[in-house]
Design a protein around this ligand. Structure first.
Ligand code: PLP
Length: 376
């Protein structure tokens, strides 16, 4: 575990459940990404963790930002980000939010449909727009399915319309799904984008930017390819498809930037069995699906645990949250095993929980307070 976080937990014994996040690790991750993809511009996906200390640090490092809402844009501006370093990356926006963003100086917007493009033409005239396309999400542990993006053929037509309607047809984006474990997912998507660039060039529209989205994974229980492997695969595919005419490259990492920077500390509320001979113990924690661990839905993201009894004899467990809702069961099928010595009152840590946890926590489901946060 991160020694700075371990020392904080030991010295302060903060009330649980809480997230402790080391902002220096975020800075290291930002630098590692730039090392792996030196030609890319990083737009941090604010949704992964919008805490002010993270945004402040990234502004000081010269990062740009991918915002999902006007509220996230406001958070970036409050941290000192220049509006031309913010991309409004959600393809589903209220027109009032587009207008507010444009008035605040934001000039870069995503879309994936004609009605959204119309809104942009009306409320953000002349803005740089990029069209998100649908791509394969195979290999992603938290896939984004078909909710966002359009088919390549439609993207070509929409980009022509963008030019006709007085917008700046800037580029194409995709997202290969979050916690993407396969480097070839990006390679296939880059091939699709290159064909769109070429079709549009033939039609007299020259795009300038490829947005590779997020997806870069964090190590939870299983090993994943390193960021250098993703960088090599991506830059290889860009060179193969674009040769010397490389467009601007944008990446929107969320999970990779903050995931391994954070640790959730939780208290074991109860360890019990459903029958005397039942080998499986139920371990109830003071954090669950509604306390921020939303990505345990379908046991998709499988966090690693640390306990005070690590190294001792282990047995199978089902791990659940504290609320009176049966869906607040985290892991039943993923073969989790925890030490037999684990008991009520023990403090356990869930590793690499810096991304997509704090903002998923409910206000007060069953009366429980939202997750406390400490940035160190
Ligand atoms: C548009 C967009 N960009 C970037 C991200 C960040 O993805 P990740 O956390 O997998 O890097 C997301 C996540 O949902 C997204 O929707």
């Amino acid at each position: 575990m991160n020694p700075k976080i371990a020392a904080f937990l030991c010295t302060h014994a903060p009330a649980t459940p809480c997230l402790v996040l080391d902002v220096d690790t975020v800075e290291q991750n930002y630098r590692r990404l730039l090392g792996a993809m030196p030609l890319a511009r990083v737009y941090y996906a604010v949704k992964a963790n919008p805490a002010a200390p993270i945004l402040d640090r990234l502004v000081s490092l010269g990062s740009s930002f991918d915002a999902a809402s006007f509220e996230e844009i406001e958070a970036c501006l409050a941290a000192g980000a220049a509006p031309d370093r913010i991309s409004y990356g959600n393809t589903v926006k209220k027109e009032s939010a587009i207008k507010a963003a444009f008035e605040a100086g934001v000039t870069m917007f995503a879309f994936d449909s004609e009605p959204e493009l119309r809104k942009l033409a009306r409320s953000a005239p002349g803005a740089r727009v990029y069209c998100r396309i649908l791509v394969e999400n195979k290999g992603a542990e938290w896939p984004l399915s078909r909710k966002f993006g359009c088919e390549a053929k439609m993207a070509v037509e929409l980009m022509k319309k963008a030019a006709e309607w007085g917008l700046d047809p800037y580029g194409i984006s995709f997202h290969v799904g979050s916690q993407q474990t396969r480097t070839d997912a990006y390679q296939a998507a880059i091939g699709q984008v290159a064909m769109i660039f070429s079709d549009l060039r033939d039609a007299g529209v020259t795009l300038r930017m490829v947005n590779l989205g997020g997806g870069y994974p964090v190590r939870y229980r299983a090993e994943v390819p390193g960021i250098d492997d993703f960088g090599a695969a991506i830059m290889g595919a860009m060179a193969e498809h674009f040769g010397n005419a490389l467009p601007e490259i944008v990446i929107e990492p969320g999970r990779f930037m903050v995931g391994d920077a954070g640790v959730v500390e939780s208290e074991v509320v109860l360890v019990s069995r459903k029958g005397e001979d039942d080998p499986v113990r139920w371990v109830y924690l003071d954090i669950g699906r509604f306390g921020g661990l939303a990505e345990t839905e379908g046991e998709a993201i499988r966090y690693a645990f640390r306990t005070p009894h690590d190294g001792g004899e282990e047995g199978p467990v089902t791990i659940a949250g504290p609320t009176c809702d049966s869906t607040d069961t985290l892991y039943e099928k993923s073969n989790y095993r925890l030490p037999l010595a684990l008991e009520s009152g023990d403090r356990v840590q869930l590793l690499s929980t810096g991304a997509y946890v704090t903002t998923y926590a409910s206000q007060a489901f069953n009366g429980f307070r939202p997750l406390a946060e400490h940035y160190i």
